[in-house]
Structures are given as structure tokens and as C-alpha cells.
Design a protein around this ligand. Structure first.
Ligand SMILES: Cc1cc2nc3c(=O)[nH]c(=O)nc-3n(C[C@H](O)[C@H](O)[C@H](O)COP(=O)(O)OP(=O)(O)OC[C@H]3O[C@@H](n4cnc5c(N)ncnc54)[C@H](O)[C@@H]3O)c2cc1C
Length: 285
């Protein structure tokens, strides 16, 4: 298939891109890595009248650390995260996730911001943003606004971004250097989207879990936290039994949808197992 006819614009400056987006409104689409947009245009699921290619804009692919955040420019490519971009558990967590994003050619072109803006509930970066309650920065000619992950992802392929807004960066909170991170997913073939993914961050103080975060991917319209599993962990001593209990709680927290890749019951069972494995893995490295 070939895409429907479109006008191609390639701004060299951020301000120019924002003016074009303001001018074309919902007739326009941003082109980042093109790894999701181009296939959907070829299938004519997306028919933007104007394509705004942001690849020529300098300075929006940086990855830098502030005192408390890792600041990821929207055009940072997936491949960049395969090796830790920062010391400590956050860099390690991102590296575990990056290696599961599609295949290498996809990781070489696809971008962090494109994945967030695309909002596939199975996408690794969307789950990590939910796990850490990342802040997304949306820019437009009207100015900038910050949107937390819990308000950013609306439903499948839908975010809080307005048609004239460009996602310019994501801010991920730095983790406690001793934080224990876990990331596991299940797919039928290497490189496929996850049928279910689970990730976790634990802070342990005095032998007890002081903070617990669990996020799940591919079990609903958006990635989800599991408050029930987090409550099971909070204040308790890490152990295999506790992690199994948290897995049960996570399974009870979700209402997965079924599709050709797995029934709701199958996905729920994967949530149970992968939550436990994510927690177990977190205590092993
Ligand atoms: C075979 C295959 C397997 C894949 N497997 C996985 C996988 O396992 N896990 C995974 O997470 N992804 C997977 N992907 C998708 C891939 O990660 C994409 O790179 C990602 O979803 C979108 O990023 P992109 O930069 O390519 O965005 P594009 O395709 O360019 O854009 C995607 C959407 O986001 C919008 N957009 C992009 N950037 C911005 C921005 N800065 N501001 C506002 N809107 C923006 C676009 O307008 C479009 O609607 C796979 C893709 C393919 C083709």
C-alpha cells in the first residue's frame, strides 16, 4: 500500500515546527522516527494532509541529567538507551526496556517521544513513564505545559496532546541509588510487542520495603500501576512469598482485554507471573 497524498514540511527550527502545527491543526501529523506513523499511513489508517518532519531540528534529541531528573529530548532514538545513559538503577532499567523495543532497525530510527506520543499500551517507554510517573513537556505557540504520565495517556493511541502541540521532552525522576528495579515481558517471538509486560521499583530501608511501584503494560487502554500489589509490598520484608502475593494482587487489579494474542484470562495469568518475576529479578541484580 502507498500513503494518501500529503504535503511534506521539514522545519529546521522548533519555533517553525510549532507555527506549522498551529497553522494546520488536526490536518497535520508530526513525523519522528516514522516506525509507527509510516506503516499506518501506508495502510491508510492515518491520512494527514500535512506531515511535519521534526528530524532536521537540532537540540531536541539530548539526554541530560538535572539534580533530580533525567531529561530526555523527544528525538532521542530507542537505540541510545540500550547502554545505560545514566549511572545507577534508572540507566539500567531503561537499558532493560530498550532492548525489548522491536528489532534493532526499529530502535535505530524510532524515538522516545514518538513512542510516548503514539501511546501504544504495549510500548515499553509508555510503561516506564507510568511506572515513574514521568512528566511530559508539550510545546506550542501558546507556550509550554507539563503533563504527568497519569494525565498524559488517555486510552489506546490517545494522549492529552492537542493537535498543535509537540511533545518536546520527558522528565524521568532519578531513582535512589540503592533502588531495586525489575523489568520483564512476554512475547511469542523476540522483537514482537509484549503480550504483557511488568516493571517494578522497590526502595528498601532497614530490611523493609519503604516504597513500591509496579506498572503493567498491554493489559488495558493505557499502561497501569497496580495499587493493590504496591500495598501488599509496602512496609514488608522482601521475600519470594511476598512477591507471589503481590503477583496475585496485581492480577486482581487488572481487567485485561482479549485479542488474537491472548484471552483476558491468559493475560491476567501473565500479570500474576510477570509481576512476581519482575520483583524477584529486582532483588537479584
Ligand atoms: C515491526 C515493528 C515492531 C515494533 N515493536 C515495538 C515494540 O516491541 N515496542 C515498542 O514500544 N514499539 C515497537 N514498535 C514501534 C516503535 O517503537 C516506534 O518507534 C514508536 O512507536 C513510535 O516512535 P517513532 O519515533 O517511530 O514515531 P512516529 O512513527 O514518527 O510517530 C508516531 C506517532 O506519534 C506522533 N509523534 C511523534 N513524535 C511526536 C512529538 N514529538 N510530538 C507529538 N507527536 C509526535 C506522530 O504524529 C504519530 O502519530 C514497533 C514498530 C514496528 C514497525
Amino acid at each position: 500500500m502507498k500513503p494518501a497524498k500529503f504535503e511534506y514540511r521539514a522545519p529546521r527550527e522548533l519555533e517553525e515546527a510549532l507555527s506549522i502545527l498551529a497553522e494546520v491543526g488536526d490536518e497535520g501529523k508530526v513525523l519522528a522516527g516514522g516506525q509507527s506513523l509510516v506503516p499506518s499511513m501506508n495502510f491508510r489508517l492515518a491520512r494527514p494532509a500535512v506531515l511535519v518532519d521534526i528530524n532536521g531540528i537540532g537540540g531536541i534529541d539530548s539526554v541530560t541529567s538535572s539534580s533530580d531528573h533525567l531529561v530526555i529530548g523527544t528525538l532521542a532514538r530507542h537505540v541510545r538507551f540500550e547502554r545505560p545513559v545514566t549511572d545507577g538503577p534508572l540507566g539500567h532499567l531503561l537499558a532493560l526496556a530498550a532492548r525489548k523495543v522491536g528489532h534493532r532497525p526499529i530502535r535505530i530510527r524510532g524515538t522516545f517521544g514518538g513512542s510516548l506520543a503514539h501511546a501504544d499500551p504495549a510500548a515499553e517507554w509508555c510503561m516506564i513513564a507510568t511506572l515513574l510517573d514521568a512528566t511530559m513537556v508539550a510545546s506550542s505557540v501558546r507556550g509550554q505545559r507539563e503533563i504527568t504520565a497519569s494525565n498524559f495517556f488517555k486510552t489506546v493511541f490517545s494522549t492529552a496532546l492537542e493537535p498543535d502541540e509537540l511533545l518536546t521532552e520527558a522528565r524521568l525522576p532519578l531513582l535512589n541509588p540503592a533502588a531495586k528495579i525489575g523489568f520483564v515481558e512476554f512475547s511469542r517471538r523476540a522483537g514482537d510487542f509484549a503480550i504483557v509486560a511488568a516493571s517494578s521499583v522497590l526502595d528498601v530501608e532497614g530490611g523493609r520495603i519503604s516504597t513500591a511501584r509496579i506498572a503493567l503494560g498491554s493489559v488495558g487502554g493505557t499502561p497501569l500501576r497496580s495499587p493493590a500489589a504496591e500495598a501488599v509490598l509496602q512496609g514488608n520484608v522482601p521475600s519470594g512469598e511476598l512477591f507471589a502475593e503481590a503477583g496475585e494482587a496485581a492480577a486482581g487489579d487488572v481487567e485485561p482485554m482479549g485479542d488474537i494474542h491472548g484471552s483476558p484470562e491468559y493475560r491476567r495469568d501473565l500479570v500474576r507471573v510477570l509481576t512476581r518475576r519482575s520483583l524477584q529479578a529486582s532483588t537479584e541484580h
